[in-house]
Design a binder for this molecule. Structure first.
Ligand SMILES: C[S@@+](CC[C@H](N)C(=O)[O-])C[C@H]1O[C@@H](n2cnc3c(N)ncnc32)[C@H](O)[C@@H]1O
Length: 288
């Protein structure tokens, strides 16, 4: 499984997220769960115990623009773990015509809607509404504005810190007798990307927006709520499943795992539910 892990500690992050999600949901076993944008289908493996039939969908071919890794990786993972009740279906969230109307009890998506351009999101919600049985629920996990705000911080705070580091390093190497100094290593912040700096803080695939500010505004919880409400869903619950800093690494996974009890306790309460880096909405299909 290690060779198809998308980034370090991915399995541990997603496992912790699903654990917190299930704590908030209290999900009974249902007939059919449909997952949209399943990625390598790891969440599908974890959640498939809650359905007799689990349909995991995604775009088929790898595409960095949409963060698509390719269905072949999902198939590889299912072959490795031997999940029997998971079916892989290649289709876009904007066209779920391969799924029958009113045939699904729960629709789940984790970090998918933000990759779909805003002008197509209503279409996705309408498709979800169509495939759900009456009273069926949709569980949507998306990044919150807090996560987007971190990008501003990284963008504006990192360059001055890097400048301080360079000055310290210059003087230290000139004056001192060591190659590195603990203080210098401490304040050193590595560039996360070797690409030239872009003016838009959020480059594609998070860049379907006219400006960074517009992207930030699109990630306010109210926007995600409205998307559900105007497409005939009744909001049932809102909570956060992630409070750590939006930096998925070997170091932050410890912080995330250590604080999961706190997250379970407070993640559904005001104002904490709006202050995590993720935002989760549970909504029910309302009658038309
Ligand atoms: C950040 S990944 C999340 C993957 C997985 N759900 C997880 O939580 O690890 C975003 C996923 O959204 C999928 N995606 C993007 N645009 C899509 C679309 N129009 N229809 C279906 N899936 C889409 C990508 O293929 C990718 O698998």
């Amino acid at each position: 499984m290690r060779e198809i892990e998308p980034w370090p500690c991915f399995y541990r992050f997603r496992q912790t997220e699903v654990e917190i999600l299930l704590h908030h949901l209290n999900l009974p076993r249902v007939n059919t769960i449909l997952e949209i944008g399943c990625g390598i289908a790891f969440n599908a493996v974890l959640l498939s115990a809650y359905a007799w039939r689990y349909i995991a969908t995604d775009l088929p071919e790898p595409d960095p623009q949409t963060h698509t890794r390719g269905m072949f990786l999902a198939q590889r993972l299912l072959d490795i773990v031997g999940a029997k009740n998971i079916e892989l279906v290649d289709c876009s969230a904007t066209d779920l015509s391969k799924i029958e109307s009113e045939s699904v009890d729960v629709v789940y998506s984790s970090y998918v809607l933000e990759h779909i351009p805003p002008s197509y999101r209503d279409r996705v919600m309408q498709e979800i509404h169509r495939v759900l049985v009456e009273g069926g629920i949709v569980i949507t996990v998306v990044p919150n504005f807090v996560e987007r705000a971190w990008n501003y911080l990284r963008h504006y705070v990192k360059p001055p810190l890097r400048g301080i580091y360079r000055v310290c390093k210059y003087f230290y190497l000139k004056i001192g007798k060591y190659q590195t100094h603990p203080f210098v290593s401490f304040i050193r912040i590595k560039s996360s990307s070797s690409e030239p700096r872009k003016i838009n803080i959020f480059p594609p695939p998070h860049g379907f927006y006219e400006s960074s500010l517009q992207e930030l505004l699109f990630h306010f919880p109210g926007r995600w709520d409205k998307l559900h409400c105007r497409n005939k869903f009744k909001l049932l619950r809102k909570f956060t499943i992630s409070w750590t800093i939006p930096w998925m690494s070997r170091h932050t996974i410890y912080l995330y795992e250590a604080t999961r009890g706190l997250n379970k306790k407070l993640g559904g309460r005001f104002p904490f539910k709006y202050l995590g880096i993720s935002y989760c909405i549970v909504a029910q299909k309302a009658k038309i």
